[in-house]
Design a protein around this ligand. Structure first.
Ligand SMILES: [Zn+2]
Length: 229
């Protein structure tokens, strides 16, 4: 969804994790908490992504437009970039299963601050900025490997999957659980399942429609067809 906005793809065939397996440590809770060098590199990675000031692309805009046009839309996403909200989706209708990289949380006292503030401290010479309130280790408010999903966000996402009429799985190989299972839940509950992904997924057999074309063009076309009823 966000690769057209310059956000790196992590798990796809050209994904960061496959090209640079060591990069996975930067978002693995155990390594992050144990090693200041991992934290330094992790902040640099965030800084690099945000320095490019990623903007919503045509696919994000098409989703927000569908919602504005009166079709009730809920977004369940594994992305942490906040681009759906920037495109105009109301935040309460976006369920971020893997949290948000736009906020920073203290692992000691749970205080929340903005990403900009932390990155400003990094660029001012603090490679691993500590919480200003308690001195604890700061991290982005993302769900790292080794952390649990927020049970409330997951429950809301399950409710969306079970209650929707059309479930569109976009740009996911549907291999990471429990997010992937939402597609199956939706289909089982009677939703029309549409999969928009370049590669095969384990849920293709359940799908009513499969779209292999690039998301940036395919999703806007698909959504305007849905809006037209
Ligand atoms: Zn703190």
């Amino acid at each position: 969804m966000s690769t057209d906005s310059g956000i790196p793809d992590y798990r796809g065939p050209q994904g960061l994790w496959r090209r640079e397996p060591d990069a996975e440590k930067l978002v693995t809770y155990e390594y992050y908490m144990a090693d200041p060098e991992i934290r330094r590199r992790s902040w640099l990675m965030r800084a690099e992504v945000w320095a490019a000031a990623p903007r919503p692309n045509a696919a994000h805009r098409a989703v927000a437009e569908l919602e504005r046009g009166g079709t009730p839309v809920r977004v369940v996403t594994q992305n942490v970039d906040g681009l759906h909200q920037l495109a105009g989706m109301p935040a309460r209708k976006v369920f971020e299963l893997h949290g948000s990289a736009r906020s920073v949380v203290c692992t000691g006292c749970n205080a929340r601050t903005g990403l900009e503030e932390a990155l400003a401290r990094v660029s001012a010479g603090e490679p691993d900025p500590a919480c200003l309130a308690c001195g604890g280790i700061l991290k982005t408010a993302t769900v790292m490997f080794g952390e649990r999903l927020d049970p409330e966000v997951l429950a809301q996402s399950v409710a969306v999957a079970k209650g929707c009429q059309v479930f569109i799985a976009v740009g996911t190989t549907l291999q990471v659980q429990p997010a992937a299972s939402l597609a199956g839940m939706a289909a089982e509950a009677g939703a029309r399942l549409i999969i928009v992904n370049a590669e095969e997924t384990p849920y293709d057999a359940l799908a009513d429609e499969i779209v292999r074309e690039p998301i940036g063009t395919a999703l806007p076309a698909l959504l305007s067809r849905i809006a037209a009823g």
